[in-house]
Design a protein around this ligand. Structure first.
Ligand code: 2E4
Ligand code: SF4
Length: 316
């Protein structure tokens, strides 16, 4: 039986960003330098395939530092950690390597500077997400207040409206954040902040590529994990930009083929923590069922790279 024709729009940029690349490299290099096991606090990035692969190489994933012995190295995930975490590791004389993405660390530094300048900080982020916990945890309790929505801004009670600053999570929806920042500026005209927000280049570029292809896609598959904030935002962006069916899939097995009945075009992209092997697996599964013509939708070219910490570059 002949396969039905289908256009597969493939977004670029998609998948791994420089911060994820660096974080995974840090775990691999730590295993080479110190041998197994190396402990990792929280999933190094939010992807089961990546975590399982590193586990087979000797990484042990834990949620809290008190699950680690004193005498093995520990790595902090790309999302960042509250100040108390490296402080505790230092107190226990542990070897630790911080895999926090440099673009998350930049937000930590921004928050600290505002605090030192006497400003109260409003963080735009998702409650309970490790990056939000890490950024808020750079400062004493109460120094940073979290808002998630424009409604939260309307309800906000601040110490002094003339001494305010804002920072954001790096993986937010660009469009939602524009609205929240506008609401903050409308209520608190003196609030200071970054030029736009702290959303990183990778988040911005992946969302822009999805927006560009969404109107041409009957369906969209975003390769990524359910706990991956940036991946989930790509699904929302796709749906809002005009794609009727946008689904998050961890890998090809997750594809709900029945929902794709009758589609003539599928868009494929991947969150910043999703490896390209899984994208290729999804493409191959589509090619099994359809006569596929691939259309590359490239809206930006990325050439960002981050160095691993010095301790891993030096000989053992
Ligand atoms: C650190 C910062 O934050 P999110 O849930 O999107 O993390 P994920 O691990 O899926 O992506 C990598 C990452 C890590 C993004 N920003
Ligand atoms: Fe860093 Fe952005 Fe990648 Fe997050 S998505 S790890 S902030 S480059």
């Amino acid at each position: 039986m002949s396969k039905p024709p289908l256009t597969l729009h493939l977004a670029a940029p998609r998948g791994f960003c420089a911060g994820v690349d660096r974080a995974i490299k840090i775990v691999e290099m730590a295993l080479t330098k110190w041998g197994a096991p190396v402990y990792v606090r929280h999933e190094i990035v939010h992807n089961k395939y990546v975590v399982d692969d590193l586990r087979t190489k000797g990484a042990i994933f834990v949620e809290e530092l008190d699950e680690c012995p004193d005498d093995r190295p520990v790595i902090f995930s790309a999302h960042g950690v509250p100040k108390s975490v490296p402080a505790e590791a230092t107190a226990r004389e542990m070897i630790y390597v911080d895999a926090t993405c440099p673009l998350v660390s930049k937000v930590h530094i921004e928050a600290e500077r505002h605090h030192e300048a006497g400003l109260q900080i409003v963080m735009i982020g998702h409650d309970g997400h490790p990056e939000t916990i890490g950024t808020m945890g750079q400062l004493p309790p109460g120094a940073v207040i979290l808002v998630e929505t424009e409604d939260d801004v309307a309800r906000l009670e601040v110490r002094d409206a003339s001494a305010l600053a804002y920072v954001t999570q790096t993986t937010l929806s660009v469009d939602d954040t524009i609205g929240i920042v506008a609401a903050l500026k409308a209520r608190f005209p003196a609030i200071i902040g970054p030029h736009k927000e702290d959303i990183c280049y990778a988040t911005t570029n992946r969302q822009a590529a999805v927006k560009a292809m969404a109107p041409d896609c009957d369906a969209m598959l975003v390769v990524g994990a359910p706990n991956s904030s940036n991946s989930r935002r790509l699904v929302e962006v796709g749906a809002r930009a005009g794609c009727e069916y946008a689904q998050l899939v961890q890998r090809a097995d997750d594809i709900d083929w029945r929902s794709l009945t009758g589609v003539r075009s599928i868009g494929v992209t991947a969150g910043a923590s999703a490896p390209e092997v899984l994208v290729n697996e999804v493409i191959a599964a589509i090619q099994d069922r359809y006569d596929v013509t691939i259309n590359h939708v490239e809206t930006a070219v990325e050439n960002v790279e981050f160095k691993v910490p010095r301790v891993l570059r030096a000989p053992a």
